[in-house]
Design a protein around this ligand. Structure first.
Ligand SMILES: NC(=O)C1=CN([C@@H]2O[C@H](COP(=O)(O)OP(=O)(O)OC[C@H]3O[C@@H](n4cnc5c(N)ncnc54)[C@H](OP(=O)(O)O)[C@@H]3O)[C@@H](O)[C@H]2O)C=CC1
Ligand SMILES: O=C(CO)COP(=O)(O)O
Length: 315
């Protein structure tokens, strides 16, 4: 199959955010022959110039900037056909909303597509093969975005559950912090397998409460991204856990981290939501207490191991 088959129609793509992920996605779309403009706060182009005539507007902004950037975009005129794509993996601390929910609220008449999967940007920059998922309530919008990014080195699947796809990418970051702790403490392969598997159960539980489909969490954007992030030192979230296990403070760890580790804020938002909704989230709770400095990594481990014994599933 030639790469050309993916790229018959050339689109105008605006990428918001020139961080590690925005830059990688810009390269993928450019390699497919699309006209790509990138906006960054440090760049020379204004956001208005980047948005001009854009058929696709993709946000790869860290969670902290999403609300502000969405409201900046709102002040410019866009074609009603413009499709928004969100690649952010986080939760809004004020509202617990997902990034796509923010974009959809600000642009209620536009199609919004979530792009998420096991996509460590350093590997994608090295042109190693990877796969991802694009999900939307409007299937044709997801199919257009699929064509924009698909190539022989980036395989893009569509999915009809945008909430599940988005939550998979977001929730796994908290488990990846725990996985970094597990490896940092040298707890072994059995412990890591138990943590990741029970982490997935916790993600499904939270996702179901939110209204996402169970099967989505067993796909690329759930289990796939969980495996990638929990097993790679390239993951910033994994690195946070690893450093904490080595005795570093969170402040020290974040000061030396290259880029964003969304799991730190996501964990806070999740605890808030889990308390409100009465959802059991034992791993998230221990990660939260560790990040707060309330317990040591060893105490977090003991808390998890010594919980009341119970069946694996409540069928
Ligand atoms: N790196 C990866 O492997 C992947 C990352 N992601 C997700 O993509 C998102 C971005 O990650 P990544 O690119 O790695 O992070 P980086 O830290 O490399 O870049 C952060 C980006 O967010 C922008 N940004 C941060 N704060 C603000 C703000 N207040 N207002 C406007 N823009 C802001 C930065 O803008 P500026 O350019 O102006 O500095 C930059 O473009 C995260 O949610 C992450 O979870 C998803 C998949 C893979
Ligand atoms: O989401 C990612 C890979 O899919 C990137 O993970 P980190 O944000 O932990 O680096």
């Amino acid at each position: 199959m030639s790469e050309q088959m993916y790229s018959n129609s050339k689109l105008s793509v605006a990428i918001l955010g020139a961080g590690a992920w925005g830059a990688s996605l810009a390269n993928l779309a450019t390699a497919n022959g699309h006209q790509v403009r990138v906006w960054s706060r440090q760049g020379s182009q204004t956001i208005q110039a980047v948005l001009k005539d854009a058929q696709i507007v993709l946000s790869a902004i860290s969670m902290i900037g999403v609300r502000d950037v969405a409201s900046q975009v709102q002040s410019f005129t866009l074609s009603p056909e413009t499709i928004f794509v969100t690649a952010t993996k986080g939760l809004d601390p004020q509202t617990t909303c997902t990034p796509s929910q923010i974009w959809q609220t600000v642009f209620p008449n536009h199609a919004v597509v979530v792009l998420s999967g096991p996509n460590l940007s350093k590997e994608i920059q090295m042109e190693l093969p990877a796969a991802t998922v694009v999900a939307s309530n409007i299937p044709t919008a997801a199919e257009i975005v699929q064509l924009v990014f698909s190539s022989g080195r980036f395989r893009v699947y569509t999915n009809p559950d945008p909430l599940g796809v988005e939550l998979g990418g977001t929730l796994k970051n908290v488990i990846a912090i725990a996985a970094g702790v597990c490896d940092g403490l040298q707890l072994g392969t059995n412990a890591k397998a138990a943590l990741v598997t029970r982490g997935l159960t916790e993600m499904v539980r939270i996702g179901n409460n939110w209204g996402a489909k169970t099967e989505t969490f067993y796909g690329l954007s759930g289990l796939g991204d969980l495996l990638a992030t929990c097993n790679s030192p390239l993951s910033r979230n994994y690195q946070v856990g690893y450093q904490l296990a080595g005795g570093k403070s969170l402040t020290e760890t974040l000061a030396n981290l290259q880029g964003t580790a969304e799991g730190v804020n996501t964990c806070q938002v999740l605890m808030q939501r889990a308390k409100q909704q009465n959802i059991p989230v034992p791993i998230t709770e221990q990660v939260y207490r560790l990040l707060q400095g309330e317990i040591t990594p060893r105490q977090a481990l003991d808390e998890l191991m010594l919980r009341d014994i119970k069946p694996e599933y409540n069928y």
